[in-house]
Ligand binder design. Structure first.
Ligand SMILES: *[C@@H]1O[C@H](CO)[C@@H](O)[C@H](O)[C@H]1NC(C)=O
Ligand SMILES: *[C@@H]1O[C@H](CO)[C@@H](O)[C@H](O)[C@H]1NC(C)=O
Ligand SMILES: *[C@@H]1O[C@H](CO)[C@@H](O)[C@H](O)[C@H]1NC(C)=O
Ligand SMILES: *[C@@H]1O[C@H](CO)[C@@H](O)[C@H](O)[C@H]1NC(C)=O
Ligand SMILES: *[C@@H]1O[C@H](CO)[C@@H](O)[C@H](O)[C@H]1NC(C)=O
Ligand SMILES: *[C@@H]1O[C@H](CO)[C@@H](O)[C@H](O)[C@H]1NC(C)=O
Ligand SMILES: *[C@@H]1O[C@H](CO)[C@@H](O)[C@H](O)[C@H]1NC(C)=O
Ligand SMILES: *[C@@H]1O[C@H](CO)[C@@H](O)[C@H](O)[C@H]1NC(C)=O
Ligand SMILES: *[C@@H]1O[C@H](CO)[C@@H](O)[C@H](O)[C@H]1NC(C)=O
Ligand SMILES: *[C@@H]1O[C@H](CO)[C@@H](O)[C@H](O)[C@H]1NC(C)=O
Length: 563
C-alpha cells in the first residue's frame, strides 16, 4: 500500500511538472493491450532518458506502439493449431511513421509492440526514413484452403537504394497499398536479425507449410549487442526467405542514455519485485551470502582437504578470478548440528542480489534477481502412480537461482519475466503473469528452488510413461518479497557499483559428490512394472549433485537468458 501511495503521489507530481512529456508518454501507454495497471509504473524521468516515451538511435527517433487493429486472421495452423492474427497500428503518435506490421499466434492474448519511426537527422545528413519505391506481393491466402477470415495479402516494400525495409505490410484486398503507408530505414541504421519464435504456418507443425512466419531477434543477443528489434516478423515461402534480412534497427553508438538511473531502478524494484512463494513443505530457505559465511561455511583447497578455512563474513578471503578448475570449493561446517542449522537457511537475512544490464540495443533493461540458498534438497520422482524420494540424489550445498525482469526503456513498463529452472528457463509475457498489486508472483519449487510462474507439478522425464523428476510449486504461507532487502551487485553501465568480493569467486559453492547414478537408480527401477531404465529417462542434469558456480559464471551473465 505504501508503495502505491508513493507512486501515486509521484505521478501526480510528474503530471503537473512536465505536461508535454507526460502527454506523449500517456498517449503511448493507452494502447497497451493488457488492461492497464499490471506491468506499468510511473518512474521519475527526464527529457530524452528512461521512460520518456521515445528513444533516439542516431538520426532516427523510435517509439513503441501497442495499439493495433486487425487486418486479417487465420483460424488454424501455427502453434496449437489456433491460427494467427495480422495487425497494423491503429494509431501512430504525431510525426512518427509505420515501419511494418505486427502478427501473433492466436494461442495467447494479444500482447506485443512494434516500433514507429521519426526522422530527426540534422541538416547535413541523408534522411533516415524514405518511402518505398514499390511493393512485391510475397504471399496471399488465396492459394491456401485453411480456415480464414476473408483473404490476406503480404507485401514487401521495395526500398530505395541505400535503405532497407524492416517490416511487411498486410492488406485484406489484392490492391497494392499506397507507398506513403510505410517507411524504409537508412541502411547504416539497420542490423542483422535472425529467426525467433514461430508465429504461423499452414499446418500445425510448420514442417510442411508452404508459408511460415517467424518473429525476429537480433543475431548478437548479449548486453553489448546493438540490434534493436522492430517487433515485425519475416516469412519464408516454399522454404526460401522472401523477405527482410536484416530487419532490426541499430543503436549504432551504443547510447546508454535511456537506461534507468539509480533512483529509477529503486522505483522499478519497489514496483515489480517478485513475491517468491515457497512450498508449504519446504525445509531449505534462502539466506544472505554473508549469513552463510558467518555461520561457519568452509573454504576447501584441493590437496589440502584436512585444513579448510572459515570464510570472512564479507567473503574477502575467497580466491578471486580464474576459472572453475576444481582447485577450491565451499562446504558446510563439519559439526553436524551446525550443518543442520545452516542447511535450513535464514529467510530474515535473505537478500535479493541484482544484476542490471542493457539488452536489445539498450532499449530494454534486464533486472536479474539472484537468490542464494545454502542447500538444495534431494530430488523426488514420480514413477507412474507412486512418488518416491531419490535418496541423496539431487542434494547439494549452495544453490543459486534467478528471475529476470525485462523492462522497456521506452515507457518503464514490464514486458516479460524469465524464470530460471535447472540451467534453462522460460520467458512469460506480463499479460500472462500473476500479480499481487504491481508485484510479480513467482513460486520456488520444493527442495530445488526452480522458479515457476504458477503453482503445480512440472515433471522432467518421460511424460508419456508418467515417469520423471518432480518440481512441485505451491503457495505456502512463507513468501520472500525480493524488493524488501536487495543489493545491486553489478550494473556496469552505472559505473558506480562496487562489486562484492564473493562475486569474483569462480569456483563451486558446494563440493562435488561422486556416486554411481545408474547404481543408485537401480533400487527404484524394481518398484516400477516393466523395470524401465531410469538413468535413461530421468535427465542427468536434474539429478546433478555438484555445487553450482556463482551468478557471474553461469549461463549467462553477459548474454541473453537460456531457454
Ligand atoms: C534520475 O533521474 C531522475 C529524473 O531525471 C532524477 O530526478 C534523479 O535525481 C536521477 N537520480 C540519480 C541518482 O541520478
Ligand atoms: C532464412 O533466414 C534465416 C534467418 O536469417 C536463416 O536462419 C535461414 O537459414 C534462412 N533460410 C534460407 C532458406 O535462406
Ligand atoms: C516438425 O519438426 C519438429 C521439430 O523439428 C519435429 O519435432 C516434428 O516432429 C516435425 N513434425 C512433422 C510432422 O514432421
Ligand atoms: C543468443 O545467441 C547465442 C549465440 O548466437 C545463441 O546460441 C542463443 O541461442 C541466443 N539466445 C537467445 C535467447 O536468443
Ligand atoms: C593448507 O591450508 C592451511 C590453512 O589455510 C595453510 O596454512 C597451509 O599453508 C596450506 N598448505 C598448503 C600446502 O597449501
Ligand atoms: C572484510 O572484512 C574484514 C574483516 O573481517 C576487513 O578487514 C576487510 O576490510 C573487509 N573487506 C571489505 C572489502 O569490506
Ligand atoms: C556444534 O554446533 C552447535 C550449533 O551451532 C553448537 O551449539 C555446538 O557447540 C557445536 N559443537 C561443537 C563440538 O563444536
Ligand atoms: C571482479 O572482476 C572484474 C573483472 O575481472 C573486475 O573488474 C572487478 O573489479 C573485480 N571485482 C573485485 C571486487 O575484485
Ligand atoms: C537440486 O538442484 C539440482 C541442480 O541445481 C537439481 O538437479 C536437483 O534436481 C534439485 N533438487 C530438486 C528437488 O529439484
Ligand atoms: C553467453 O552469451 C554470450 C553472448 O551471447 C556468449 O558469447 C557466451 O558464449 C555465452 N556463455 C555461455 C556460457 O554460454
Amino acid at each position: 500500500m505504501m508503495v502505491f501511495l508513493k507512486l501515486f503521489l509521484l505521478s501526480l507530481l510528474l503530471c503537473s511538472s512536465s505536461i508535454q512529456e507526460t502527454y506523449q508518454y500517456d498517449e503511448l501507454k493507452q494502447g497497451i493491450g493488457y488492461g492497464g495497471k499490471h506491468g506499468t509504473t510511473n518512474v521519475p524521468k527526464k527529457g530524452g532518458s528512461f521512460a520518456s516515451g521515445s528513444i533516439k538511435l542516431g538520426g532516427l527517433e523510435v517509439c513503441q506502439i501497442s495499439k493495433f487493429k486487425k487486418v486479417w486472421a487465420t483460424l488454424e495452423g501455427g502453434p496449437d493449431n489456433a491460427g494467427a492474427t495480422f495487425y497494423e497500428p491503429s494509431s501512430i503518435p504525431d510525426g512518427f511513421f509505420m515501419l511494418g506490421s505486427y502478427a501473433q499466434p492466436n494461442n495467447r492474448p494479444l500482447f506485443g509492440w512494434i516500433l514507429g519511426g521519426k526522422d530527426i537527422k540534422n541538416a547535413h545528413s541523408r534522411r533516415t526514413l524514405k518511402m518505398p519505391v514499390d511493393y512485391t506481393l510475397v504471399w496471399s491466402s488465396e492459394t491456401t484452403n485453411i480456415k480464414k477470415e476473408g483473404n490476406g495479402y503480404f507485401w514487401l516494400p521495395t526500398p530505395p537504394d541505400g535503405y532497407n525495409a524492416v517490416g511487411l505490410i498486410f492488406t485484406d484486398s489484392p490492391n497494392k497499398p499506397p507507398l506513403s503507408k510505410v517507411r524504409c530505414v537508412r541502411s547504416d541504421l539497420v542490423e542483422f536479425c535472425e529467426q525467433d519464435a514461430w508465429i504461423w504456418g499452414e499446418d500445425k507443425t510448420g514442417n510442411t507449410s508452404k508459408i511460415n512466419a517467424y518473429s525476429s531477434r537480433p543475431s548478437i543477443n548479449d548486453t553489448h549487442g546493438l540490434g534493436v528489434p522492430v517487433g515485425t516478423f519475416f516469412i519464408q515461402v516454399d522454404g526460401a526467405n522472401k523477405s527482410l534480412n536484416p530487419s532490426c534497427l541499430k543503436n549504432a553508438k551504443y547510447n546508454l542514455a535511456y537506461m534507468p538511473n539509480a533512483t529509477q531502478i529503486k522505483t522499478l524494484v519497489q514496483t515489480f519485485s517478485p513475491r517468491l512463494y515457497f512450498h508449504p513443505d519446504e525445509p531449505y530457505f534462502p539466506s544472505s551470502v554473508n549469513w552463510f559465511f558467518s555461520k561457519g561455511a568452509l573454504l576447501y583447497q584441493k590437496g589440502n582437504e584436512s585444513n579448510p578455512v572459515l570464510i570472512e563474513p564479507n567473503g574477502s578471503n575467497l580466491p578471486q578470478g580464474g576459472i572453475e578448475d576444481g582447485a577450491y570449493w565451499l562446504d558446510l561446517p563439519v559439526n553436524k548440528s551446525a550443518q543442520d542449522e545452516i542447511k535450513k537457511g535464514y529467510l530474515q537475512s535473505s537478500v535479493a542480489y541484482l544484476h542490471i544490464k542493457p539488452m536489445l540495443g539498450a532499449t530494454f533493461t534486464d533486472i536479474c534477481i539472484w537468490i542464494f540458498y545454502p542447500f538444495n534438497g534431494s530430488a523426488r520422482a514420480k514413477l507412474r502412480f507412486i512418488n518416491v524420494g531419490l535418496g541423496r540424489l539431487g542434494e547439494h550445498v549452495g544453490d543459486w537461482e534467478h528471475v529476470t525482469l525485462r523492462v522497456s526503456n521506452f515507457n518503464g513498463e514490464l514486458w516479460r519475466v524469465y524464470f530460471s529452472q535447472h540451467n534453462k528457463g522460460t520467458w512469460v509475457n506480463a499479460a500472462e503473469l500473476e500479480f499481487e498489486g504491481s508485484k510479480v508472483v513467482a513460486y520456488a519449487s520444493l527442495h530445488g528452488h526452480a522458479a515457476y510462474p504458477k503453482p503445480g507439478l512440472v515433471l522432467q522425464g518421460d511424460l508419456k510413461l508418467g515417469i520423471g523428476v518432480r518440481n512441485d510449486a505451491a503457495k505456502g504461507n512463507i513468501v520472500m518479497d525480493t524488493g524488501l532487502r536487495y543489493e545491486i551487485i553489478s550494473a556496469e553501465y552505472l559505473g558506480t557499483v562496487v562489486e562484492a568480493s564473493w562475486l569474483n569467486y569462480s569456483r563451486k559453492w558446494g563440493p562435488k559428490i561422486e556416486y554411481d547414478l545408474e547404481k543408485e537408480l537401480k533400487a527404484f527401477e524394481k518398484l516400477i512394472p516393466g523395470h524401465p531404465n531410469l538413468a535413461k529417462i530421468l535427465p542427468y542434469e536434474v539429478l546433478g549433485e555438484d555445487g553450482p558456480t556463482g551468478p557471474k559464471f553461469k549461463n549467462n551473465w553477459s548474454g541473453d537468458e537460456f531457454i
